[in-house]
Design a protein. Structure first.
Length: 413
């Protein structure tokens, strides 16, 4: 009989995932200080990434809110009659405020224009030139009573002039806090007066703030009828109407305003509707994203270089250990997986810590600014994965280097 020789088959070594994780954890905890510093770059990168996207979403939400309450309810109408007809007079009719306020959706409306004073005219706190506020160059604005309501003006003291005072072309004025400080007017209890070109005007109110037309704080506003009587109507344009509308009504008002003011010559007006909120939000968000995501990418690159450097140093320090593992049957891919697991674990740990810090940053900023924090769930979910990916990419070269170490050469170290 013919004898058949049987050769014993050697089963290849296997590295279980449980062993991979335990070895990776042991490698990280062997030098905890160095591991923490290595993960710091990933923490900064991922934290910056989360904070930037969260703050961008939060600020965009605030832009939407403020836009809806202010800009989205504001319409401006400009007098361009002279551009259409050089012989045309002022475009706004005498009852312009009433015509616009009759439109459905309009809350308040008012006409205003800058008063052009002669070089020898100025705003003073006394009739005689002296050291008590003489020579101040405050702007004088002719404004109908509706301007203050449309601008959302807030008064520190007194009140604005009403339709009665405007109808009588009364010599009254409303001044801003900046003008009041320069003229030394601290209270209205004494019924102070200011002098514009030597003409007295009784101060009825002091404006301390405004939602729109913030230049009221640095101006002297007089009734438009009074300005017409003293200085005449504007002949070179410059007159504008400020219209505040209900939310959502501004586009419709912008289409109807010119015809409501002058059905015979609607082309005499240029109506400026509110800008598109989506375009505004998108522009602001894109600017923030491009600027700060570049910073996040730089932090991630620094973190990846740190992980790669630390992992490579660990490979050199553990050459004897690698040789012993190879001599006991570990294959090259086992060594690769082990070091990739260590670098990936460092990246994932940095990603988790960075995500937590980023979310905390967004919440703290929102609390300080009295905002509502907005963080997309996908951002918080993707951030740790970005840290893991950074660690894996950083560990590719050191793991490949470790897998190429030969057992005999390693054991000689």
């Amino acid at each position: 009989m013919r004898r058949v020789r049987r050769t014993a088959r050697i089963r290849p070594s296997v590295l279980a995932w449980r062993d991979v994780l335990s070895e990776s954890l042991a490698g990280m905890l062997q030098r905890p200080g160095r591991s923490a510093l290595t993960a710091l770059g990933t923490v900064l990168g991922v934290g910056t990434f989360v904070a930037i996207l969260g703050l961008t979403a939060t600020t965009s939400s605030q832009i939407d809110t403020r836009f809806n309450t202010l800009s989205a309810t504001e319409v401006t109408v400009e007098d361009v009659a002279r551009e259409q007809d050089e012989f045309a007079g002022p475009a706004f009719p005498a009852d312009a405020d009433a015509r616009i306020e009759r439109l459905n959706g309009v809350e308040h409306a008012g006409v205003h224009w800058p008063v052009r004073l002669s070089p020898d005219e100025s705003v003073r706190s006394s009739a005689v030139a002296g050291n008590d506020g003489a020579g101040n160059t405050a702007d004088v604005v002719a404004a109908s009573p509706g301007v203050f309501a449309a601008a959302g003006a807030r008064l520190a003291e007194g009140r604005v002039y009403d339709a009665y005072a405007s109808g009588r072309a009364a010599p009254v004025a409303v001044i801003g806090t900046g003008v009041a400080d320069r003229l030394g007017i601290t209270t209205l209890a004494t019924h102070p007066a200011i002098f514009i070109g030597g003409r007295p005007f009784t101060v009825t109110g002091i404006v301390s703030g405004a939602d729109r037309k913030a230049d009221l704080l640095l101006s002297v506003a007089v009734p438009h009828t009074t300005a017409e009587r003293i200085w005449g109507r504007p002949t070179d344009g410059g007159a504008q109407m400020l219209v505040s509308t209900e939310l959502g009504a501004a586009p419709q008002i912008a289409r109807e305003a010119a015809t409501a003011l002058r059905p015979d010559h609607p082309e005499y007006f240029k109506v400026v509707p509110p800008p598109d909120p989506k375009a505004l939000r998108g522009k602001v968000g894109d600017d923030l994203n491009r600027l700060f995501l570049l910073l996040a990418a730089i932090c991630l690159v620094i973190g990846a270089v740190g992980i790669a450097n630390t992992t490579l140093v660990a490979v050199l320090e553990r050459t004897g250990e690698i040789g012993l593992r190879r001599a006991l049957g570990a294959r090259g891919r086992h060594i690769t997986v082990q070091f990739l697991a260590e670098s990936g674990a460092l990246g994932a740990l940095g990603g988790l810590v960075g995500t937590s810090l980023g979310v905390l940053t967004v919440v703290l900023v929102a609390v300080v600014r009295d905002w509502t924090p907005v963080i997309h769930p996908a951002t918080a979910a993707a951030a740790p994965a970005i840290g893991l990916l950074t660690g894996l990419v950083a560990g590719l070269y050191p793991a490949w280097r470790a897998a190429r170490i030969q057992p005999a050469e390693a054991l000689r170290h």
